[in-house]
Write a protein that binds this ligand. Structure first.
Ligand code: PBG
Length: 303
């Protein structure tokens, strides 16, 4: 009766990794319980997610080929675009969010166009905008830019408006830290940078005021929901964003956070179910409205 924080499957978004082919369902070694799925299998998985009462899915893509400008990321017949269409055909109410970023599609693994060994902010914006529009055309309900280029929310908003998607919301990865917690994801999405690192565009883990600035800029450019990522090592940032921003707040309980729980549970060192509930509750308690998490199905099954 007096509990202050609630947690239900409807608060959660489950990440799906869409790969080329048909009938593919291959477990991801670094993310036990999560799979690389071809579009048809992603639709089956999404049906199950919808039945469990989970709020939505977010789609990532493993393209059939990579190139320096990430062409498959914004191709109308790209893996994610096919995945969106298959899921929308199979599910009535499930919210379909898409990750907008080049790193899964570029041969060098960076989130932007590279010239002279450096990621170029401004030339990247047009490609991200193109990707967002192609997701919208395929039927995405929400686009979620995760690249951390400056000005991308504004560029995407403008392109969506011009293409006739003025009411399609943007969930921006507003405060995204340069984190070691993305390790298992980079294996799952084959998106590790081939040289250098992402510290030029992702944030310093030591900063919180900078996170509030990033959030403010994204909101000014038109972000509808703002995200903090990772979640668990940044609960103070989630709290600060929730207190200062008037937008709904999302938090990404990332791959490394999930993998640690799974690895410790596999050794019998922790009670996985209790650990998962405590972690997800703490993220909600910190102020997140929405949580992106690989635990979503496990939680919903036992909710
Ligand atoms: C792409 C992207 C990443 C994640 C989400 N979108 C990886 C990265 O920045 O390297 C990480 C998600 C996770 O670790 O679960 N830019």
């Amino acid at each position: 009766m007096v509990r202050e924080t609630t947690l239900s499957p409807a608060h959660l978004i489950y990440p799906l990794f869409v790969a080329p082919g048909k009938g593919l369902r291959r477990e991801i070694p670094s993310l036990p319980g999560c799979f690389h799925l071809s579009a048809d299998q992603a639709a089956r998985e999404a049906e199950e997610v919808e039945k469990l009462g989970i709020g939505g899915v977010i789609l990532f893509g493993l393209p059939s080929a990579k190139d320096p400008v990430g062409s498959e990321g914004y191709a109308d017949d790209g893996v994610v675009q096919e995945g969106i269409r298959a899921i929308r055909a199979a599910c009535k109410d499930l919210l379909v969010v898409t990750d907008v970023c080049l790193c899964e599609y570029t041969s060098h693994g960076h989130c932007g166009v590279v010239e002279n060994g450096e990621v170029q902010n401004d030339p990247t914006l047009a490609l991200l905008a193109k990707m967002a529009v192609s997701h919208a055309k395929a039927g995405a309900h929400v686009v979620a830019p995760s690249d951390m280029m400056d000005g991308r929310v504004g560029a995407i908003r403008k392109a969506l408006d011009e293409a006739g998607y003025a009411s399609l919301p943007i969930l921006s990865y507003a405060a995204k830290y340069a984190s070691a917690f993305y390790g298992p994801f980079r294996e799952a999405a084959d998106s590790a940078p081939q040289f250098g690192d992402r510290r030029g565009y992702q944030m310093d883990p030591a900063n919180v005021r900078e996170a509030l600035k990033e959030v403010r800029l994204d909101v000014e450019e038109g972000a509808d929901i703002v995200m903090v990522k990772p979640a668990l090592p940044y609960l103070d940032v989630i709290r600060a964003v929730a207190e200062t921003s008037d937008r709904p707040v999302a938090a990404y309980n990332v791959s490394g956070e999930y993998a640690m729980v799974k690895a410790a549970a596999a050794r019998g060192w922790v009670d996985e179910d209790r650990l998962m509930r405590e972690i997800l509750t703490s993220i909600r308690r910190a102020g997140a409205d929405v949580i992106l998490t690989y635990h979503a199905k496990d939680f919903a099954r036992r909710a």
